[in-house]
Design a protein around this ligand. Structure first.
Ligand code: GLN
Length: 451
């Protein structure tokens, strides 16, 4: 099985993979075969998986799609990688993404953009663009991704696949390169909710190596997949269907909602009134945390170091200027600014207050409904290069996904139809499901009933 996928990967021109090593993969596949021979195989034994390149892996390179770490190999495995390997899964390689997971289109990768398999002139979404494109193109059955502000849900939506961002604290962040630690969360991308449920079951759980990991009983997320949806109350946030939402996306989402009504659900009008404030709040908090997390890349401890420098200061400056791409540098500067004396209260503290208001909106909404539904993104995938020089346009596209991370809630994207690309191609549309804290079981059930 792994050999088949490796062949497809070698033939693909999507730029979804950054590092494959057939020898390592086939050795893991052989070990899986032996488990079968000894009748020790579990549900996931021998199934191939590929990891977003922000999860460190022993053996394969771990680059975060940055020049800074272009030749970096980690001495240990991330918790997610470790757990899937323990379950017998076979690693196919490492997947392209936006540099340090900062972006919405996979164009900030130092290794170049990933192409959307539905239309190779389109972006696959980001930052887990390589993960989504690889699953959609059949280069791997399932993949891991991370979601700090939509990076699992938005690429899943743009590539017509399924992805789940778990509740903050559900999946260990140990060995996941940090972007914005208070929002980063790893999760699976796959073709179906059922596959996501199997993967989530394997990766969820308490880990003392991650200080924000939550202690909870382990759950089998496939348990409730077949529960009927009769009586389900779906909250429809007014703010998600207003100005800025493309007509083709709105149509696909409304069709999906009508399907849910046929399955026995009812729609409830709700308000998430602070929605427009989520973008500035997220980019202030996210950048602040990034500026702190990325200070470790100093040319000494890891990876790249500039060649010619005069003294220590000059070495730091040149290493970080040459090693980081434009978007990463922009966020470090923005983050340093909002944390600096005199601006901290005006920006950072203010953003934290907005964060609380956003969480409060969700709390109130969940007293009236069981799940919230809406679009993942205001548009279908745009063309490669289209927004490359306009970061703000790209930030605005995160409007429906970001508040979930600010509140720490679980969210999903499931395919619900197609819209039109500019050149009249079929580009997938995703339906977003947002659940209450630790309600992944129900989200997966709701997604599975539609699929
Ligand atoms: N697009 C968002 C950003 O650029 C989200 C990224 C993410 O979730 N990692 O920050």
């Amino acid at each position: 099985l792994s050999r088949l996928f490796l062949e497809r990967i070698h033939q693909s021109d999507l730029n979804a993979f950054l590092h494959v090593d057939d020898t390592l993969t086939l050795a893991q596949a052989k070990a899986a075969d032996e488990k079968f021979a000894k009748k020790e195989a579990g549900k996931l034994t021998g199934i191939p998986v590929a990891h977003k390149d922000v999860f460190v892996t022993k053996g394969w390179r771990s680059t975060a799609a940055s020049k800074m770490l272009a030749n970096y190999t980690s001495p240990f495995d991330a918790a997610v990688v470790e757990k899937l390997q323990q379950a017998g899964m076979v690693t196919l390689g490492k997947l392209n993404c936006d540099e340090f997971a900062m972006g919405s289109s996979n164009e900030t990768s130092w290794f170049g953009p990933v192409k959307n398999p539905w239309d190779k002139t389109a972006i696959p979404g980001g930052s887990s663009g390589g993960s989504a494109a690889a699953v959609a193109a059949g280069l791997t059955p399932v993949a891991t991704g991370t979601d700090t502000g939509g990076s699992i849900r938005q690429p899943a939506s743009f590539c017509g696949i399924t992805g789940i961002k778990p509740t903050y604290g559900r999946v260990s962040r140990h060995g996941m390169m940090a972007y914005a630690s208070s929002m980063d969360q790893g999760g699976p991308l796959a073709k179906t909710a059922e596959d996501c449920a199997m993967l989530l079951t394997a990766i969820a759980g308490f880990d003392p190596r991650d200080s924000t990991s939550v202690e909870r009983e382990t759950e089998d997320f496939t348990r409730d997949l077949n529960k009927p949806l009769t009586g389900l109350k779906i909250g429809i946030p007014r703010e998600y269907f207003g100005e800025g939402l493309a007509a083709d996306v709105e149509q696909a989402v409304r069709n999906a909602l009508a399907e849910y009504e046929k399955l026995g659900a009812s729609l409830v009008d709700i308000s998430l009134q602070n929605t427009t404030m989520c973008i500035p709040a997220y980019y202030v908090i996210g950048s602040a945390e990034a500026s702190s997390n990325l200070s470790r890349f100093d040319g000494i401890r890891y990876g790249f170091r500039a060649e010619n420098y005069t003294d220590l200061q000059d070495m730091y400056r040149k290493t970080r200027t040459e090693g980081f791409g434009e978007e990463v540098r922009r966020r470090i500067i923005m983050g340093t600014y909002v944390l600096s004396h005199g601006y901290y209260d005006a920006y950072y503290i203010h953003a934290q207050k907005i964060r609380r208001l956003i969480a409060e909106d969700f709390r109130a909404a969940f007293t009236r409904c069981d799940v919230i539904m809406g679009p993942v993104s205001p548009t279908v995938a745009w063309n490669i290069g289209e927004k490359a020089d306009d970061p703000v346009a790209s930030y605005l596209g995160d409007i429906y996904t970001i508040s979930t991370n600010l509140a720490g809630l679980p969210g999903m994207s499931i395919p619900c139809g197609f819209g039109q690309g500019e050149i009249n191609s079929r580009r997938p549309v995703g339906l977003q499901l947002t659940g209450n804290y630790f309600d992944e079981m129900r989200l997966l059930n709701i997604a599975h009933q539609y699929q």
